[in-house]
Design a protein around this ligand. Structure first.
Ligand SMILES: NC(=O)c1ccc[n+]([C@@H]2O[C@H](COP(=O)([O-])OP(=O)(O)OC[C@H]3O[C@@H](n4cnc5c(N)ncnc54)[C@H](O)[C@@H]3O)[C@@H](O)[C@H]2O)c1
Length: 350
């Protein structure tokens, strides 16, 4: 990559807006980057005003990250092709179900020398069967390399500048230093790791475990049960990487993207919260997502479905009892009261 790099943030939800604050502040003082950052915003009408206009005038995403200012050098743009024009670094941070369409729109206009980094947690179902990593959807559609950033990062806490860590997973080592410069802040500490696939898989799978933690909370179990859910979930994450992504290193699970993100999500995230309400209210996941999240999207239930799509086709559901139970409960194929029974016969205990 050459001189000052132009950065574009593709997405502007809860995490996208928090990361806009980090990056917008950083580029003002780093001479490797252009000081203006374009941020693609999915346009919405908020009480008669356009969300892009609100962000560009009041410098706040009042819907997805209220109470936090976004730096003035971050410009909200409703057209993704215009936002990404001439960008050298594309930061993807949208709910994963929208990514294939966005990549399709960007396909013919992305700079061939650009580099992507995905902050997205989830998988993409492949048409012929199996699942693909989100970073590979970017790579295969846009023909650019794509790193990932994952970690124990609840967006509101990052926006409040509370100390935390994150992991950048990157195969092309040469871009790692620049991306670390772009993302690291005094309160947001980055470790760069070459085991990119494991970093990304941890980020996606932990949302399934968080749904399980929410079920346990909703059913009234205590902290011992929650700890067991977290541990068994971690074992399934490790086993999943061993089974499908050879070469993953056990030490990656000890980075922020692994055990730290898992713990945070199982105590504080939206997947846990909605899953607890699912048990107590008897409403569907879809109803609760609409009622409780004000436009934010749940990643755990769709990720459980994507993973199940793969496990089922390979006859491996029994080897991943928690992932399988979470999926079946979300789909109404298994009563939630059965969740703990599914764990009692876990292969870990046999
Ligand atoms: N929020 C967090 O604390 C957090 C932390 C780390 C990672 N993540 C991950 O970051 C990714 C983005 O999450 P988020 O929290 O920024 O988003 P979000 O769930 O807060 O917001 C939903 C976003 O989707 C957009 N949207 C709605 N309909 C759309 C459509 N049809 N097409 C395109 N976009 C549409 C909305 O405008 C909004 O920007 C997810 O993969 C999430 O798992 C989130």
């Amino acid at each position: 990559m050459g001189d000052r790099k132009r950065v574009c943030i593709v997405g502007s939800g809860n995490w996208g807006s928090a990361i806009a604050k980090v990056l917008g502040t950083n580029v003002k003082t780093l001479d490797q980057f252009e000081t203006q950052i374009n941020m693609w915003v999915f346009e919405e009408d908020i009480n008669g005003r356009k969300l892009t206009e609100i962000i560009n005038t009041d410098h706040e995403n009042v819907k997805y990250l209220p109470g936090h200012k976004i730096p003035e050098n971050v410009i909200a743009i409703p057209d993704v092709v215009e936002a990404a024009k001439d960008a050298d670094i594309l930061v993807f941070v949208i709910p994963h179900q929208f990514l294939p369409k966005i990549c399709g729109q960007l396909k013919s206009s992305v700079k061939p020398t650009a580099v992507g980094i995905s902050l997205i947690k989830g998988f993409n179902m492949k048409e012929g069967g199996g699942i693909a990593l989100i970073s590979s959807v970017v790579e295969d559609t846009l023909h650019i390399p794509c790193a990932v950033l994952m970690g124990a990062n609840i967006a509101d806490e990052v926006a409040s500048e509370n100390y935390c860590e994150a992991t950048i997973g990157i195969k092309q080592k040469e871009h790692g230093t620049l991306l670390k410069k772009l993302f690291q802040a005094d309160y947001f500490r980055i470790v760069v790791c070459e085991d990119e696939d494991t970093v990304e898989i941890c980020g996606a799978l932990k949302n399934i475990v968080a749904v399980g933690a929410g079920f346990a909370d909703g059913l009234g179990y205590g902290d011992n049960t929650k700890a067991a859910v977290i541990r068994l979930g971690l074992m399934e994450m490790v086993k999943f990487c061993e089974a499908f992504y050879h070469g993953s290193s056990q030490s990656t699970f000890l980075e922020s993207c692994g055990v730290a993100d898992l713990v945070t999500t199982c105590y504080a995230g939206r997947n846990r919260k909605v899953a607890e309400a699912f048990v107590k209210s008897k409403k569907s996941i879809e109803e609760l997502e609409k009622e409780m999240l004000n436009g934010q999207k749940l990643q755990g239930p769709p990720t459980a479905e994507e993973v199940n799509f793969m496990l089922k086709s390979k006859g491996m559901e029994d080897r991943f009892p928690m992932f399988t139970a979470v999926h079946k409960i979300c789909k109404g194929q298994l009563p939630v009261e059965e969740f703990i029974n599914c764990l009692k016969n876990h292969p870990e205990h046999m």
